[in-house]
Design a binder for this molecule. Sequence first.
Ligand code: GNR
Ligand code: NI
Length: 170
Amino acid sequence: MAVLEVLHFPDARLRKKALPVANIDSSVKELAEHMIETMYAENGIGLAATQVNVQKRVVVMDLSITKSEPVVMVNPEVLTTSGLEQMQEGCLSVPDVYETVERAEKIKFHYLTLENKLIEQDAEGLLAVCVQHEIDHLNGKLFIDYLSPLKRNRIAKKLEKQEKLESQAL
Ligand code: GNR
Ligand code: NI
């Protein structure tokens, strides 16, 4: 297993659109393993392949308190939505930024497991937010895209400055 590097906004690679997985082969299984380890190492509740510079539609998630129930979602898709809800979001690719985003309150979604089984599920609350957040990543979209351009530019400046300082400290 390995902890992969997580790309940070405004890295242009976060804007690439991931391609559907045609075959759930050993490379996809290995990617999922590495992504789970990376998610735990970074204390995230979810991670999309785009964030580790892989353009495949693979997401991992673990909303359990014990961090012992990883879920791998291949080719996840939202099927239907209802309602709107605001929630404070964060992102491993936008460190230390927490902002309120409005999304669908309830969703029906589906995905393939690593065993190639199609799972259809209803979600609300944090799971619904997380699924929408991760599918956005696969489409090259970030939660800060829902904010005003002024706010987003301020965040870009702040993160660029921070990365510069961190690279000097090494
Ligand atoms: O760890 C994460 N927490 C989180 C909190 C609120 C809404 C979405 C998220 S996802 C985020 C991990 C991440 O960046 N996934 O892409
Ligand atoms: Ni994210």
